[in-house]
Design a protein around this ligand. Structure first.
Ligand code: WT7
Length: 653
């Protein structure tokens, strides 16, 4: 079905999806938000709406006097208010008699496990807060965290929050150089790391990598090392300390002092496509309000009975907002898993869901497409009937991947929430409310209550139907407060393209029912004979073919059409398809104009460590250039293999 009604200067919309899934009667029966009351309240007064959510979801030590101070592009929320984020995530649950509730069922990759209650998490957080103080960390200082997915990562983050220090978590897969640059940009005083962690059956070193970084990080005066991998490490006397030694000797009481609502809670570095990583700043009261709100209503959290599992690493924003702050503020019980999804077998995640009777499961499209590649027999080995809701985040989810997720993981009985947001937005912005929204596979549906999102064309004029640039029209509580040390870059990056609007860098389309469909980064939009075609739409058409598990599409310079569509395709296990067949299939699905000129078959696609396809590198390959920056690539071999093959068959053959 085609409907090419985008205005000139916008992005063409080639494909429309009309399958619909209203919430089931069973789900609606016990949901927190059926009907439109949250939207109605927020439409009437969005700031008042957030103020009520904040009062409802959080404990404030001192009430604010102004809900929002907005001087574009700088916002302050709940001005004058005071709260302690770690008190909200821990103490109040324990004081309320819920100390024995499980905060984390932690599952180590080798098969070891730990159960951590809220009372235990509070105890260890207080001790570690005192450890940090003893190491000279105070309010306003920065602490770097470079850890595997172990409970100590959560403890370290909450201990910082408790004393008003900002954490900067660096994902454990990053190199020594990346760690060094992030430590130096933040001028962190202390680094919390581990000897190593487990990944795909092996121990990967962290402290030895950190040591390389530490050779050139003058601000660091103390290093705390958690024992996890058991690998040999060197400890520098006076600077390096074992976590277990310090915790054992620490004072068990650290009172949670109230902090200003705008106290810096953390920095999180995001690389973007070019340039030096940006230290995205998030603060306390507004951030905690929106992560708690979205965690509660988007996932329909019933904290007494649900078991929530977000598969992200704490090193990404998804882990910050939906493993640490949102779920803990809401008193949720969670699963936390240390390792990869295919160790020891391709069914590890399904085994964990069965073991802990997970009810709410939140993962990324890249993972879902990998599960498709491994085949439905893997989840079929396990009882997944505890699941009652599924979520997706990180990239556009192709309609066929959505359908596969619904059928093979959700047993056709779980609503799917496709949640659009960014490191910069801090919390979910566009998503269904599962008991209220009729979903369509591949659409993130509507802005959440209180959020203003609109599409515009190149001139900044509103697009009401078809493709355009996704912008946010008003401040939101968990919005970034800027870029650490470079507020000019903040204004320039996010607020200069369209007057008065935050531009997120993403394209999207609106269908005639007002549903939003994310089309990927606008840098990825291709221009073929004057048609502006999103890579996402062509990829989704390819993934709709029964033999295809995953596809990446790029535009390569072409003498006749400006750009030509080049596709890289991974087939499902045991399936076969050839280039002509797939080209014809895309032609039928979305039209002749979108047929790839060349299709390469590959067992893997180049991805960032957080699982996003690196189309920029594929463009380099397709255009026969030397590769640009490969430092964020998870596996360099994948591209060198593609380069080798491209050299054998130039795209013009
Ligand atoms: C970019 C932000 C948000 C946490 C993980 C990524 C893409 C994210 C979706 C979605 C389509 C999505 C966007 C966005 N993205 N969620 N549901 N549908 N695209 O955080 O690394 O800051 O990346 O991820 O392109 O701008 P991030």
């Amino acid at each position: 079905m085609t409907d090419n009604a985008s205005p000139p200067g916008a992005i063409d919309a080639l494909q429309w999806e009309n399958r619909r899934f209203p919430p089931s009667a069973a789900f609606k029966n016990d949901t927190l938000a059926a009907g439109t009351f949250l939207y109605d309240e927020a439409d009437a007064d969005y700031q008042g709406f957030w103020a009520r959510q904040s009062a409802d979801l959080l404990d404030w030590a001192k009430e604010w006097h102004t809900i929002c101070e907005w001087e574009l592009p700088f916002a302050k929320w709940f001005v004058g208010g005071e709260l302690n984020v770690s008190f909200n995530c821990l103490d109040r649950h324990v004081l309320g008699g819920r100390g024995d509730r499980v905060a984390f069922y932690w599952e180590g990759e080798p098969g070891d496990s730990r159960v951590v209650t809220y009372a235990e998490l509070l105890d260890e957080t207080q001790r570690f807060a005192n450890v940090l103080k003893d190491l000279g960390v105070g309010k306003g200082d920065r602490v770097n965290i470079y850890l595997p997915m172990i409970p100590e990562a959560v403890v370290a983050m909450l201990a910082c929050a408790r004393i008003g220090a900002a954490h900067s978590v660096v994902f454990g897969g990053f190199s020594a150089n990346s760690l060094r640059d992030r430590i130096n940009d933040a001028e962190a005083k202390v680094l919390v790391t581990a000897d190593g962690g487990f990944r795909r059956g092996d121990v990967f070193p962290l402290k030895p990598v950190a040591d390389e970084a530490l050779a050139d990080t003058p601000s660091i005066t103390g290093v705390v090392v958690v024992r996890r991998g058991g690998n040999e490490v060197e400890m520098e006397a006076g600077r390096d300390h074992w976590y277990h030694d310090l915790i054992g000797a620490a004072d068990p009481v650290c009172v949670a002092e109230p902090m200003d609502s705008e106290q810096l809670l953390f920095l999180l570095y995001t690389s973007g496509t070019t340039g030096k990583p940006k230290g995205i700043m998030h603060t306390s009261g507004g951030y905690l309000t929106q992560v708690a709100f979205t965690h509660k209503y988007v996932f329909d959290l019933h904290p007494e009975t649900d078991v929530f599992w977000c598969t992200a690493d704490v090193g990404w924003i998804t882990g910050h907002s939906y493993i640490v702050y949102g779920p803990l503020a809401n008193g949720a019980t969670q699963v936390m898993y240390e390792g990869v999804p295919n160790h020891p077998g391709n069914d590890r995640l399904w085994e964990i869901i069965e073991k802990y009777k997970v009810t709410l499961f939140y993962t990324a499209p890249t993972a879902i497409r990998t599960f498709m590649k491994w085949g439905a027999a893997e989840p079929e080995k396990h009882d997944l009937s505890s699941l009652r809701l599924l979520g997706s985040v990180g990239e556009p989810i192709n309609p066929e991947a959505w359908m596969w997720y619904q059928e093979h993981i959700g047993g056709n009985s779980c609503p799917i929430v496709d949640t659009w947001w960014q490191t910069e937005t801090g919390a979910i912005m566009i998503s269904p409310l599962p008991g209220a929204t009729t979903t369509k596979p591949g659409s993130a549906t509507f802005p959440l209550p209180g959020i203003g999102a609109e599409l515009v064309d190149e001139q900044g004029d509103r697009v009401e139907h078809g493709g355009g640039y996704l912008t946010l029209t008003r401040p939101w509580p968990s919005m970034l407060r800027g870029i650490w040390g470079d507020q000019e870059r903040y204004r320039e990056t996010y607020w200069s393209r369209f007057d008065g609007r935050y531009f997120a860098g993403d394209g999207a389309k609106l269908d005639s029912d007002g549903y939003l469909w994310l089309l990927g980064r606008v840098d990825d939009v291709m221009n073929v004979s004057g048609h502006r075609i999103s890579t996402t739409e062509v990829e989704s058409a390819l993934v709709a073919h029964p033999a295809v598990a995953e596809a990446a599409v790029v535009g390569a310079t072409d003498p006749t059409t400006g750009q030509a569509i080049i596709a890289y395709v991974t087939l499902r296990g045991g399936a076969a398809a050839d280039e002509q067949e797939l080209r014809a299939f895309v032609g039928e699905e979305i039209g002749h104009i979108a047929k790839p000129k060349t299709i390469y078959f590959t067992p893997d696609l180049p991805k960032t460590r957080s699982g996003k396809i690196m189309r920029r590198l594929l463009r380099d390959v397709a255009e026969g250039r030397n590769l640009g920056d490969t430092s964020t690539l998870a596996d360099v071999n994948v591209v060198s293999e593609l380069q080798r093959r491209a050299a054998e068959t130039p795209p013009d053959d």
